[in-house]
Design a binder for this molecule. Structure first.
Ligand SMILES: C[S@@+](CC[C@H](N)C(=O)[O-])C[C@H]1O[C@@H](n2cnc3c(N)ncnc32)[C@H](O)[C@@H]1O
Length: 272
């Protein structure tokens, strides 16, 4: 039997998703939600979306909520995605940091980890003696599922298509036997990154020292304007004077009120 979501059920999900994650689903997304969630509802042996809603809100671990979010949002990412940002990090931010030899970066919607590992590679390869530098990257996401994958540091060979074989072997170990066709990140990169579940809707983040750079790419596109505005103003507080914010190439802060200087379409800087 075909599973249908009623308008009332859709409204309940829409409100829950917005309140908990900031993701804003328009009224037109009713059939999308229905098709994305119906398999999961059936898998659990449930008969209606209302029963599934009760299951989601009744789960104190929030695991089912995370699972639902993974079904409706995309975790798509890549190594060196939107590579201009990594060029800017290497060519502008690293040279500016030479006097202190210390960089703090937050990859704030890191998905399965390709973004923070690319940051780590860029930092490691961008300086003469990485051992003399103090690099720390906080990588966070709302989804525990993607974070587990990110923290494992293990990827299938196809994921590295844009990376040269030399770079791959400098930073990843080739799997053997049962792990053939997979690569695992080497400790010199892994030790630069701390993974943590953080919801961008939180009022505060566990970040004590001012940051040099925040990556917030390809997630704000799911948020409405007031949510984007609150978020970028929060980011501003966590950056040091002169710190940078990178957003995704299909995103814009044009209609959002914020205190940043715009250096390029997706690169913003806090005043010095
Ligand atoms: C498309 S991925 C972006 C990955 C990476 N930043 C990139 O640009 O390649 C979007 C990520 O945002 C995460 N996300 C969605 N809502 C979030 C929230 N409220 N707080 C933190 N992460 C969130 C999703 O779980 C997903 O992994």
């Amino acid at each position: 039997m075909e599973l249908k979501i009623t308008s009332k059920e859709f409204d309940h999900f829409r409100t829950l998703i917005y309140d908990e994650s900031g993701i804003s689903l328009s009224q037109q997304k009713q059939s999308l939600l229905e098709s994305r969630l119906s398999k999961r509802v059936r898998e659990l042996g449930l008969e209606t979306f209302s029963q599934y809603y009760d299951r989601v809100i009744g789960d104190p671990t929030q695991e089912e909520f995370t699972r639902m979010l993974d079904l409706i949002s995309t975790n798509k990412t890549d190594f060196f995605r939107e590579s201009k940002h990594f060029d800017f990090l290497r060519d502008v931010i690293l040279p500016e940091s030479i006097p202190e030899k210390r960089i703090r970066i937050w990859s704030s919607a890191c998905s399965t980890g390709e973004e923070p590992y690319t940051i780590a590679i860029t930092l490691f390869e961008g300086v003469q003696n990485p051992g003399e530098w103090d690099f720390k990257i906080l990588a966070s996401d709302l989804s525990t599922r993607v974070l587990a994958k990110a923290a494992s540091g293990i990827y299938d060979e196809e994921r590295f298509q844009g990376m040269s074989p030399d770079m791959l072997s400098r930073h990843f170990l080739r799997g053997r036997g049962d792990s053939m066709g997979r690569f695992k990140v080497k400790p010199h990169l892994a030790s630069m990154i701390r993974f943590r579940r953080l919801n961008l809707m939180n009022d505060e983040f566990p970040i004590r020292n001012p940051l040099d750079l925040i990556f917030c790419r390809n997630v704000m596109i799911y948020f409405d304007r007031p949510t984007q505005e609150t978020l970028v103003n929060k980011f501003h507080r966590y950056l040091k004077p002169g710190g940078y914010l990178f957003i995704g190439h299909s995103e814009s802060l044009q209609w959002v009120s914020h205190p940043f200087m715009s250096l390029a379409p997706t690169i913003y800087q806090k005043e010095r």
